[in-house]
Write a protein that binds this ligand. Structure first.
Ligand SMILES: *Cc1c(COP(=O)(O)O)cnc(C)c1O
Length: 401
């Protein structure tokens, strides 16, 4: 988005503020669907947890996406945004049987990722179709090696436990209509992903009544200069060929499903913050912004590097800065970053602020969560108001002491 547009948004709605570019979300959605255009039945279920604002969900619906949800609250958000239950899949991890039953009662496709729940659910509801989340134990090793790992990952049912799954299915008479994996690792090495897909195909052969195979996500987007991103086009071509061959052997056309979060929304997002203080110390120059890990925690949590640039002075000479927040704790967003000269009051923009940014925000230090704006049809639409002091007090109970 243009600096001028972003500056106007910061002026109109204040800072800090998240801005999402609907055009970019649409472009990413189209890139993915075109890469798989030769698949007869393709289903893109957007992973709600990446960015869950109801207006963003409505945009996804307009584009033709379904939803991938991890909690009953996300399911309800999807329903509130107007999605039909048939277009929502529920992929929880470690949630209670009661919540899973509640979601199933709504008519949403459920995905089970452990043997205990599979057995309980199959015993109580043999007629409700269930998808099974498999852990193929595949991850990219050094260079292009394929190595087997994540044996201790908490996600999915191990492929080594297929015989146990089959026994549960047979004993309960339950109906398995989908097979799923989401390794969480990045699809940088397409061959490693295809190798994992082969394991999924092998597993799928055990189930005669499948309707879909869900390959989860793992699409990588560039964060900083030099980052590689998944070659979606090559990946689409290769997986399509394999999927078609599988369906032919299986004897039926299945749906190929994905659950991208980051790929669809990461690059569409900008986080705009104002510089409160420029502080020169003996070793560095700090730019202290009106935010902290209460608003954007990825750099501190994952060591993520979000590109930061000064939209108030884009042509200034570059200097080195440490960009830090206002939280009473170490909250470094960036160290020794080259940024055009910063003055107090300047607006800094963070890139890749669409996925896992606002959704991870908190009220730490009793600060308000930021506003959110959707840039759609060349207009800025406020899609979440900045919190107010009422939100801080909300649900708190003052007792007589
Ligand atoms: C988080 C999640 C995704 C989305 O992952 P991205 O890396 O954002 O694409 C997909 N599927 C499941 C089950 C998830 O938990």
């Amino acid at each position: 988005m243009k600096n001028e547009t972003l500056l106007n948004i910061a002026k109109e709605f204040g800072s800090p503020v998240y801005v999402y570019n609907a055009n970019k979300i649409e472009a990413q959605y189209k890139r993915l669907t075109s890469a798989f255009s030769k698949v007869k039945q393709l289903k893109i279920n957007y992973a709600v947890k990446a960015l869950s604002n109801i207006s963003v969900l409505k945009l996804m619906k307009k584009l033709g996406a379904g939803l991938d949800t991890v909690s009953i609250q996300e399911v309800k958000l999807g329903l509130a945004a107007g999605f039909d239950v048939q277009n929502i899949i529920y992929t929880p991890n470690g949630v209670s049987i009661e919540e899973i039953e509640d979601v199933a009662k709504l008519g949403v496709q459920i995905n089970i990722d452990n043997l205990s729940i599979l057995e309980q659910f199959g015993t109580r509801h043999p007629n409700i179709p269930v998808c099974i989340r498999i852990n193929p134990h595949v991850m990219a090793g050094g260079n292009t090696n394929i190595s087997v790992g994540h044996i201790d990952s908490k996600f999915g049912i191990s492929i080594h436990q297929i015989p146990h799954i089959l026994r549960i299915v047979e004993n309960t008479g339950m109906h398995i209509n989908g097979i799923h994996m989401h390794t969480g690792s990045d699809i940088l090495d397409i061959d490693v992903f295809l190798y994992a897909s082969e394991i999924l195909f092998e597993t799928a052969k055990n189930f005669k009544n499948l309707e879909f195979i869900d390959f989860g996500s793992g699409f990588k987007v560039p964060y900083k200069e030099g980052d590689i991103e998944t070659d979606i086009e090559e990946f689409g071509e290769k997986l399509t060929a394999r999927f078609k061959a599988f369906c032919k052997n299986y004897g039926r056309e299945l749906t190929l499903a994905f659950e991208p979060g980051k790929f669809l929304v990461s690059e569409a997002g900008y986080f705009l913050t104002k510089v409160n203080v420029v502080k020169q110390t003996t070793s560095t120059v700090f730019a202290q912004i009106d935010s902290g890990f209460n608003h954007l925690i990825r750099p501190m949590l994952y060591g993520s590097q979000h590109e930061i640039y000064n939209i108030s002075n884009p042509k200034g000479k570059q200097r080195f800065y440490s960009v830090v927040g206002y939280i009473c704790e170490t909250d470094t967003f960036a160290n020794n970053r080259r940024i055009t000269e910063i003055s107090e009051g300047d607006i800094l923009a963070f890139k890749n602020a669409g996925a896992y940014c606002f959704t991870m925000a908190s009220n730490y230090n009793s600060r308000y969560r930021p506003a959110e704006v959707l840039w759609h049809n060349e207009q800025a639409h406020l899609i979440r108001e900045r919190e107010t002091f009422d939100d801080i007090l909300n649900n708190q109970i003052e007792i007589q002491l």
